[in-house]
Design a protein around this ligand. Structure first.
Ligand code: SAH
Length: 254
């Protein structure tokens, strides 16, 4: 008997930012797999089995989920934000490509979620209103030289950048190096937003110029959004500023 595998993006944290489709898929599952804090977001359901694993064990977790699904279970693999953005979905397809031929016959459904960059952008105003990119600063799965190359290309191309995984205890210096690189490529008054734990109780957002952006402000629950030279800041009395990136660029902006 062949089972089902849902790969579910739970959104950035707040219950109301979890889609109804994600909630439905969680309720259908016989087995939930994920990093502990993500499992804790799923309501307890009688008969449902939870398999907690460490955050770094994505491929092993994906294989485990596929084995359970192949044995007839209905499996939910949980990701924060959107499962396809630096999440579990790519690990699942990597496991399928290199794994058991029978896994290709499984019903696999990727359930989209609100990625951190969208939750953050909505809080700030409309910084992703024009062309943008998302870059993970984690060099666990790629060399740091490649991250630097991509940051350089994105800055030169005028993209707004959503920087995921800006730093962790094991990767303390990468964000500082990224800022130093970007300061050489972008104006000093380019807007940088540090958005931590967005949509959760301890949400914190700070906006500052690239020239003074302090990497120590970030932690592993922070998304760092770097504006383009075109990104505008609207100051407001007694309230945090808005950031937006105009829809027009180049000659059509004239
Ligand atoms: N799949 C997730 C990203 C996983 S990578 C998504 O689509 O959002 C983990 C990184 O996501 C964190 O280091 C941080 O940069 C960002 N992130 C996740 N949740 C966040 C939140 N609530 N607020 C700010 N950043 C968040």
């Amino acid at each position: 008997m062949s089972g089902r595998l849902f790969v579910i993006g739970l959104g950035p944290g707040a219950a109301e930012m979890q889609t109804p489709q994600a909630t439905q898929a969680l309720a259908l599952a016989s087995d939930l797999l994920g990093y502990g804090p993500y499992l804790a977001r799923a309501p307890q359901q009688a008969g449902q089995i939870r398999h907690a694993s460490d955050n770094r064990e994505e491929l092993a977790r994906a294989r485990h989920g596929l084995c359970l699904a192949a044995s007839g279970k209905t499996v939910a693999l949980l990701s924060g934000g959107d499962a396809g953005v630096f999440g579990m979905a790519a690990a699942v397809f990597e496991a399928i490509e290199h794994g058991e031929p029978a896994w290709r016959a499984l019903e696999v459904e990727v359930v989209p979620g609100v990625s951190a960059m969208f939750a953050v952008a909505a809080r700030l105003g409309a910084p992703l209103g024009h062309d943008f990119c998302a870059i993970s600063l984690s060099d666990n799965l790629k060399p740091w030289a490649l991250v630097r190359q991509r940051l350089t290309a994105a800055a030169r191309a005028g993209f707004v950048m959503a920087l995921y995984n800006p730093l962790s205890r094991a990767r303390p210096w990468q964000l500082g190096d990224a800022f130093a690189l970007l300061r050489g490529l972008l104006p000093g008054d380019t807007q940088v937003a540090f958005a931590t734990a967005v949509s959760r109780a301890d949400e914190r957002i700070d906006i500052m110029d690239l020239a003074v952006a302090d990497p120590a402000r970030a932690d592993m629950r922070t998304l760092v959004l770097v504006g383009s030279a075109a990104t505008r800041r609207i100051d407001r009395p007694g309230q945090p500023p808005w950031l937006y990136t105009p829809r027009q660029a180049g000659e059509s902006a004239a």
